[in-house]
Design a protein around this ligand. Structure first.
Ligand SMILES: [Fe+2]
Ligand SMILES: [Fe+2]
Length: 259
């Protein structure tokens, strides 16, 4: 089996709170008896795309297993590349693919500079077609991007989700090796289907964004009270994905029920 951890929407902002929460989640992953094979961070790494926020993220998200991050609407491509990835600054989409065992993980940049909503550019579609063409014939593929390509009954996120989801769905539906699509952005652990595959939306480590049934403008939008959470995806030998969600108590693991 391949175990892929997913954390999202860390929103590093140079404040202690969001950094401590992300660090606590990374410590949880470091303590697992069976370490993940990779950790994915699905966007909104920083709160406002500043270089020093990426420097903070780079330290906090450092691990002795691979950590792969993609940008969200709160990120800045040039600073992301330069400070988080250590690459030359550029405003081109940040698309990259990695092999984790026999699993191909493609991380797509759905951000649009200066906008909250998402879109995959022609450049990104061309890149994705190339990744799919180069991936092993009988091995699983996981796609990750920031913006969910489906209606989530989240009044804030549904207005700034992925544009043209039908176009993305065509690509996903046409490739049976794709075992699932992972996103962030919604600040809410959510599960649905997309193009006949599982669509998993990771919780944020920073906050929870209300659904239609709880959100009340203007002051009941984000809930900062819940502990940080993450997703753990198992891809088995039958290319089936099973996902568990975990909340990581800021106080640490308690091994017996409180009296
Ligand atoms: Fe976010
Ligand atoms: Fe976002």
């Amino acid at each position: 089996m391949i175990l892929v951890a997913q954390i999202s929407d860390t929103h590093f902002d140079l404040g202690a709170r969001n950094a401590e929460r992300a660090e606590r989640v990374m410590a949880f992953l470091a303590d697992l008896r069976r370490r993940p094979d990779a950790i994915l961070v699905t966007g909104d790494i920083t709160d406002s795309g500043k270089s020093d926020q990426y420097a903070e993220a780079r330290m906090a998200l450092d691990a002795d297993i691979p950590v792969y991050a993609l940008p969200g609407n709160h990120d800045d491509r040039a600073a992301f590349r330069e400070t988080l990835l250590g690459e030359p600054a550029s405003t081109a989409p940040i698309n990259h693919a990695h092999r984790v065992g026999n699993l191909t993980v493609a991380l797509l940049d759905s951000s649009i500079p200066g906008e909250s909503g998402g879109r995959l550019t022609e450049q990104t579609y061309d890149w994705l077609r190339g990744v799919l063409a180069a991936a092993p014939a009988d091995a699983p593929i996981l796609l990750a991007l920031h913006h969910p390509p489906a209606h989530l009954f989240s009044p804030v996120i549904d207005t700034i989700s992925l544009a043209d989801p039908e176009k993305f769905a065509e690509v996903v539906a046409a490739d049976e090796r794709i075992v699932g699509v992972l996103t962030g952005h919604a600040h809410s652990a959510a599960v649905t289907t997309f193009a006949g595959r599982p669509l998993l939306v990771a919780p944020s480590t920073a906050s929870v964004l209300g659904g239609e049934w709880e959100l009340e403008l203007p002051d009941r939008v984000m809930d900062y009270a819940p502990d940080p959470a993450l997703a753990l995806h198992v891809i088995d030998e039958n290319h089936r994905m099973t996902t568990h969600f975990r909340t990581v108590a800021m106080g640490g693991w308690i091994s017996a029920p409180p009296a």
